[in-house]
Write a protein that binds this ligand. Sequence first.
Ligand code: NAP
Length: 225
Amino acid sequence: MKIGVIGAGRIGGNAARLFVAAGHEALLSFSRDQSRLEAAAAELGPRARAGTVAEAAAFGDVVFLSVPWTQVEAVLAEAGPLDGKIVIDTTNQFGREGWQALPGGATAAQLNQSRIPGARLVKSFNTLTAAFQASEAGRPAEQRVVLFMAGDDAEAKKVVADLIDDAGFTAVDLGGLADAAPLEAPRRPGALYGEEYRPAEAEAAVAALRAGRPLPPTPDYAAGA
Ligand SMILES: NC(=O)c1ccc[n+]([C@@H]2O[C@H](COP(=O)([O-])OP(=O)(O)OC[C@H]3O[C@@H](n4cnc5c(N)ncnc54)[C@H](OP(=O)(O)O)[C@@H]3O)[C@@H](O)[C@H]2O)c1
């Protein structure tokens, strides 16, 4: 697939590396230093190149949005039309003052979808640190790290689930954008955000959330769970 990366930093740069290693093409964009972007793309080899935000948006069958929360509105304006595009939204709502509550009880994913109403937004790649995602991709099946996702478009989620698999993780679907709160910041009791889950425990956690039951205890794999 063609993947337009908007924000090739810690999360976006690592995802681009994993996607390209799996055979996809990537166009990296959005930097205060275009030469850094060129170098990052060159490092990924012939299936990657650098360009502008608008070029990444036009190039991608999938657009990987991975910029600081404070930059989202401006970068989407720069991107131009995203109608029909699958947008993987990795952003967490941390502003200059730290975590931000959102107006009207909306999830961050809903807020971003409202900024690009024609896009098919899937929230994912946002619950675990970039360092963890970089070091733990590609584990054997039962130990695979889960990347939760949420979105309102079932076909888009299927495409994103395949990309998550290609990147060396397992996708677990939490539900629609209105259900995304447990996978959004901050880390807190009763949420999935910030926690390592493997497939079996992730499915049990999602089943509990869907049934309105409290989450089972957070898995502690270091202790041999
Ligand atoms: N880091 C994590 O562990 C983590 C985990 C989960 C989710 N997230 C979320 O994923 C998103 C990206 O996080 P990240 O840690 O990958 O960020 P990052 O490493 O700082 O990357 C941000 C990207 O945006 C670019 N950028 C262009 N203009 C910018 C500006 N004015 N200010 C800041 N950056 C600018 C940066 O390029 P230049 O630096 O070359 O300018 C960089 O490629 C955020 O919404 C974050 O909350 C982060």
